[in-house]
Design a protein around this ligand. Structure first.
Ligand code: UD1
Length: 428
């Protein structure tokens, strides 16, 4: 297994191109199942999760051709043409689903267009139990018959889905996306109340509109969909990755450097920018994106994770790494996922002073310096928080289980080393 070696202590300087958002790209790819015409997506990031979704769509009858790269805001992303031409293949097998929870996003579109779907249950996950009950309950409110059998969800709607008023008891990004896709082809009106407002949900909604769907309330917590008989082809560019942006902003801040994040969009991440500014980091909009600079001492700032527009749970681990070297204390509270502090013991092995209380909040007491160590993490954002700590630490940091990083960060070592970081991949 590959490892990443970092020799820390270099302030990062230069520019980093921001890739298309993984969490927007995955549901957008699943949306191709809603029409037999071609959906062309550009600015797709080159990531392991995108390849997994491509394989899964291949199993369910989608033909995908890669049309090279398209210019997009000064950098390039991949272009995929996805055509769900073969009907009748409606099974998403365990082998693929178990490696990526977002596989559940094929359930709604398969059911809506083909009247049936068999999707493996995602099973356990490193960051909590993460059930799919909201997805299943919502689809049954649209008239689907759902059975669980042998680890699979068997969903049927032989006469098609019917619009309904669905109020989510809890905000869920994935359930909102699954239901939104299904509702586009349901008979009549569907209202999704207490819907997730994450920019990736709006990106999906905008793409569905480009495919002919009728959706009102995009960007709000109430989405109103008038079902239609068929969707058609569209060309759509994936929005920039706000979590990748926030991660490299934290890299500039933790190393006391200055980075221009090309293609970044401030309006996608105001809560993160506010927290960075409060901690003494300068964040400025430029013609090409955002410039993030830190030349003074970092200050401890509290953060609480919330659904958008609140502080994102996917930035919690990276912000904690930053707070580990700030002046004073910071209280970081996780409200979205249970068990999402697995980076804490690893950061402590690098010299951080962090105490977790009731698995829900962490008190970080800033230290003057971290020291390099051999570390490993069990999920994507936890792993990248160790990369950030390693960039700031004295000495060498060796990060194991690099496959987590490959799921969500495109060319991480290249992007960082172009800005002066001493970081290399050791093939294992
Ligand atoms: C998505 C993101 C993930 C991010 C998360 C929260 C993708 C591919 N992944 O994940 O990176 O961390 O949003 O912003 O976009 N829940 C239930 N029942 C359900 C569904 C969810 O109880 O049926 C709970 C989850 O366990 C969690 C909370 O709701 O506690 C929010 O989860 P959700 O928003 O659904 O996350 P994902 O869509 O899986």
């Amino acid at each position: 297994m590959d490892k990443i070696l970092i020799r820390g202590g270099i302030p990062l300087k230069g520019e980093i191109p921001i890739s298309g958002a993984k969490n927007a790209a995955l549901p957008l790819m699943a949306a191709s199942l809603l029409t037999e015409e071609t959906l062309t997506l550009s600015n797709l990031p080159h990531l392991a999760d995108i390849s997994t979704m491509a394989r899964l769509l291949g199993e369910t009858g989608v033909e995908i051709s890669m049309n090279g790269f398209a210019p997009n805001g000064g950098h390039t992303g991949r272009v995929f043409a996805l055509t769900a031409c073969r009907e009748g293949e409606t099974t998403a097998p365990y082998d693929l689903v178990r490696t990526m929870r977002a596989s559940i996003l094929v359930l709604g579109p398969l059911l809506a267009r083909q009247g049936e779907a068999k999707v493996s249950l995602p099973g356990g996950c490193a960051i909590g139990t993460r059930p799919v009950d909201l997805h299943l309950k919502g689809l049954s409110q649209l008239g689907a018959e759902i059975e669980l059998d042998g680890g699979y969800v068997n969903a049927k709607a032989p006469k098609g889905l019917t619009g309904a008023h669905i109020t989510f008891p809890q905000v869920s990004v994935g359930a909102t996306e699954n239901l939104l896709m299904a509702a586009t082809l349901a008979k009549g009106e569907t209202v999704l109340a207490n819907a997730a407002r994450e920019p990736e949900v709006s990106d999906l909604a905008n793409c569905l509109v480009a495919m002919g769907a009728q959706i009102e309330g995009i960007g709000t917590d109430t989405l109103r969909v008038q079902g239609i008989e068929r969707l058609h082809s569209a060309d759509y560019a994936v929005l920039p990755d706000r979590i990748e942006t926030g991660t490299y902003a934290a890299a500039a801040a933790i190393t006391g450097g200055s980075l221009e994040l090309v293609g970044a969009r401030a309006e996608l991440m105001e809560a993160v920018i506010d927290a960075l500014r409060e901690s003494g980091v300068t964040v400025e909009e430029t013609a090409r994106g955002l410039r993030v600079t830190r030349d003074g001492q970092l200050r401890g700032v509290d953060a609480i994770t919330e659904p958008f527009p609140g502080f994102p749970t996917d930035m919690q681990a990276q912000f904690m790494a930053l707070m580990a070297v700030a002046d004073g204390a910071s209280l970081i509270t996780e409200t979205i996922f249970e068990n999402r502090f697995m980076h804490v013991p690893e950061l402590c092995r690098m010299g951080a002073s962090i105490n977790v209380h009731h698995q829900a909040s962490a008190i970080v007491r800033g230290v003057s310096e971290l020291s390099g160590a051999e570390v490993m993490a069990t999920d994507l954002r936890a792993s990248v928080s160790l990369v950030l700590a390693g960039l700031a630490a004295k000495g060498e940091t060796l990060i194991n289980r690099v496959y987590h990083l490959d799921r969500g960060y495109e060319r991480l070592e290249d992007k960082l080393s172009a800005c002066g970081a001493r970081i290399e991949r050791i093939k294992g």
